[in-house]
Structures are given as C-alpha cells and as structure tokens.
Design a protein around this ligand. Structure first.
Ligand code: PBG
Length: 323
C-alpha cells in the first residue's frame, strides 16, 4: 500500500464511512455490571471512592437489577458485604449469607438477567486475605474447600455462573468437581485467570471493606511484568473446566487480553476495575476529559484487544449512551 494509490483518509471522510468500516463494535450485550450488596433495608449508600456506585441493601439491589435488565445489559456480578467477618469466612458459604439471599431475591424479580457471583473469601475474612491464613501464610489447599463450598451455596441459591477471583492454585478444578457432584454440572465457571496484584483495586477495597490487614496479595495474585505466566494460568483454568477466562485489570493489561484470546480462542472476559473507573470519573469531574467519549473509547479498546465481555462500573452509563 502506498500513496497516492491508497489514501486511508478516503474512508474516514464522514461518520457513515467510518461506521461502515468499523472493526470493533461495542453494545450493551458485551457488558457486565458489578453490584455491591449488604444487609439492611432501604439502603443505597454511595461509595466514597467510586462516584456513582453504591452499596445496596437487597431490596434496593433488586430495583437496581431490574433497571439494569431494562437497559439491555445481560449480566450482573455480585459482591457481598457480610454482617461479620471471621477467620473462616463463614458467611461466604452460609446459605443465608448476603450473596445467597441477594441471588434468590434478584432471580425472583428479573427475567433474563444473568446473575454471576464473585467467589472469594477476602470480604468475609477478618484479616481481609483471599484464603485461610495459618502462621501468617495464605494456605492454598484448605482454602479450596471453602471456595468450593461457597460456589455450591451460590449455585444452590440460583446463581447463573460463578466467578472465582481468589487466585488460589487449583480452585477451578475444586469448584467444578463440587458443582458436578451436587448436580450443577450445567453451571458455568468464569475464572479470573490472570488477575494481577494491581494498585487499581484501591477503590474496590473501600467499597467491599476487603483491604488485607497485613501484607499484600502478591503471593497469590500475578506479578504485573508477566504474560507467559498469564497464558499458563489461563491454560490451567481451561483444563480444570473454566468456561470463560478473564484478565484483570483491563487497561494496563490489554496485551494480556490479546494473548489469552489468541492462544485459546476461548470466551474471554476483561475486568475494567474500580481504579480505572474512578480515574475517569475524577478526571471528567475536573473537566479534563469528556466522560462519555473516554468511556466508549476505553470499552472499545478492551474489546479490540480481544475481550468478548467486559465487567465495568460504566455499564449502565454506556448502555444508555449506546442506545
Ligand atoms: C476479590 C476481588 C477484588 C476485586 C474483585 N474481586 C479485590 C482484590 O482482589 O483486592 C477488584 C475489583 C475492582 O477493583 O473493581 N478478591
């Protein structure tokens, strides 16, 4: 291709031509909306670190879920804030825990909306780590049993899909075999396969009260410099029975999304995380960027990188803008 035979600007000259040749399109079908649920009634409390995002009591979460469904968004992912935390994450797998109750309530009042549940123990652990702690260390294999129990309790409550975000080794296999054993062989698993130890989770930890009390998550979440390792993680999850593999965060890891998608051709998700969201909100509020344009550009870039679906706090706004 060379000038003047090829003039790329010919097909950029107006919006109709640009639309005609667009290689990537996003729609509300691609989006998953995260919801934070807590105990109580009539509560809708804005999260300080995440403007426009709330912690809902179950009754309010039901209203929100119905609104999300009306916008054409296909799925929500639930995060729970328990009544009490302990060293065994008891509420995570309690059949009357916050998530289990929320799933039942939302499934009863929505029609097609998929309810995905995040499987992790950090919100339920007094120390805030994603696994059982013994002698100051995060224990892998005993944690697997609790994760499997948690996933089963969510499936029993009616969850359409479970999404382990803990980054313990072998969790997908543990969850898959527990679900299969109990008759939930049709419940899919969306694995947070390449979840990095990222600074971009800061606002979420405020939202979910899940900041670790000591140390950090670097012994289980991935190290940002690595991408070959992400392929091993995703490959393992697929072998263990993951139906969807996910990369998290999205924006600083677009290359990882592309590599995972290209390597496996599996349904691939990306999590546009809390820090990525709040940066945009704050910058837009300060008049530094146009929020709508920036958000649509970001979501397009995540999809262009290879994501089939995007978990994003912008989902409701984006769905409205895309209508
Ligand atoms: C739980 C979990 C976290 C997020 C999703 N699930 C926090 C963490 O790992 O510290 C982060 C989501 C976000 O930042 O939007 N393990």
């Amino acid at each position: 291709m060379r000038f003047p035979e090829y003039r790329p600007r010919r097909l950029r000259k107006n919006q109709s031509f640009r639309d005609l040749i667009a290689e990537t399109r996003i729609s509300e079908n691609d989006l998953i909306y995260p919801l934070f649920v807590k105990h109580g009634k009539g509560k809708k409390d804005e999260i300080k670190t995440m403007p426009g995002i709330y912690q809902f009591s179950i009754d309010e979460a039901v209203k929100e879920a119905k609104e999300v469904e009306k916008l054409g968004i296909k799925a929500i992912i639930l995060f729970g804030i328990p009544k009490k935390k302990d060293e065994a994450a008891t509420e995570a797998y309690d059949e009357n825990g916050i998530i289990q109750e929320a799933v039942r309530a939302i499934k009863a009042k929505t029609e097609k909306l998929l309810v995905i549940t995040d499987i992790c123990l950090c919100e339920y652990m007094s120390h805030g780590h994603c696994g059982v702690v013994k002698d100051g260390k995060i224990q892998n294999d005993i944690t697997l049993e609790l994760l499997a129990q948690t996933a089963l309790s969510h499936a029993e409550a009616g969850a359409d899909m479970v999404a382990p975000s803990d980054m313990m080794d072998g969790r997908v296999a543990a969850i898959r075999s527990e679900l299969d054993k109990e008759g939930f062989e049709d419940t899919p698993i969306m694995a947070y396969s390449a979840k990095y130890a990222s600074s971009f989770y800061g606002p979420f930890r405020e939202a979910a009260h899940s900041t670790p009390e000591f140390g950090d998550r670097k012994t289980y979440q991935m190290d940002p410099p690595n991408v070959d390792e992400a392929l091993r993680e995703a490959g393992m999850d697929i072998e263990e029975g993951a139906d969807i593999v996910m990369v998290k965060p999205a924006l600083a890891y677009l290359d990882v999304i592309r590599e995972v998608k290209s390597a496996y051709g599996y349904p691939t998700g990306a999590y546009n995380v809390s820090g990525e969201y709040s940066i945009i909100k704050v910058a837009a509020k300060a008049g530094l960027i146009d929020e709508k344009k920036a958000v649509l550009e970001i979501l397009t870039s995540i999809k262009r990188a290879g994501a089939d679906m995007i978990i994003t706090y912008h989902a409701k706004d984006a769905a409205k803008w895309l209508k």
